[in-house]
Each structure stands twice: as C-alpha cells, then as structure tokens.
Design a protein around this ligand. Structure first.
Ligand SMILES: [Zn+2]
Length: 78
C-alpha cells in the first residue's frame, strides 16, 4: 500500500517526516517525539535557529535525502 522512500531500504522510516520550509531544503528528518511542534529529532534545529519546520508525508518526497544523523535515519555510530 504505502510507497516507501527509495532510501528507506531496511530502515524504520515513519510515514511522516519533518522538512525545513526553506526552498533549499533537500532533507527529511525524523519527527522529534518530545516536541509539540514539527521539529527534527536530530541537532539540525540547534544550529539553524531561523529554520521553520513542517510535517510532510515521506512518500511525497522521494527526491529528498533521509537525514543521516543517528537520531533520524542514519546508522548507529560505528
Ligand atoms: Zn535529522
């Protein structure tokens, strides 16, 4: 039924991700489960204070990269 993201091979990717509203954004992040507002689970917003994040369906952004941070869709640190 739901299409998975091309980069999602073998990864636990939720149906909904978070993206920066910026037109330059090209990365999907895992939503922060502890935040009421759309916010990446990784440290991305900590050094982009002006960033404005929004919820989006992962399947709608197959051309976006999945964030490589371990908190999002990356592998564990080796
Ligand atoms: Zn991230």
């Amino acid at each position: 039924m739901s299409r998975s993201h091309p980069d999602a091979d073998g990864k636990d990717v939720p149906e909904t991700a978070v993206r920066n509203r910026s037109q330059w954004a090209d990365t999907l992040h895992r939503p922060d489960p502890d935040s009421d507002e759309p916010k990446p689970a990784c440290v991305e917003p900590d050094y982009r204070e002006d960033a404005d994040f929004t919820d989006v369906p992962v399947a709608a952004y197959p051309h976006y990269k999945l964030c490589g941070n371990p908190e999002c869709f990356g592998s564990e640190w080796w």
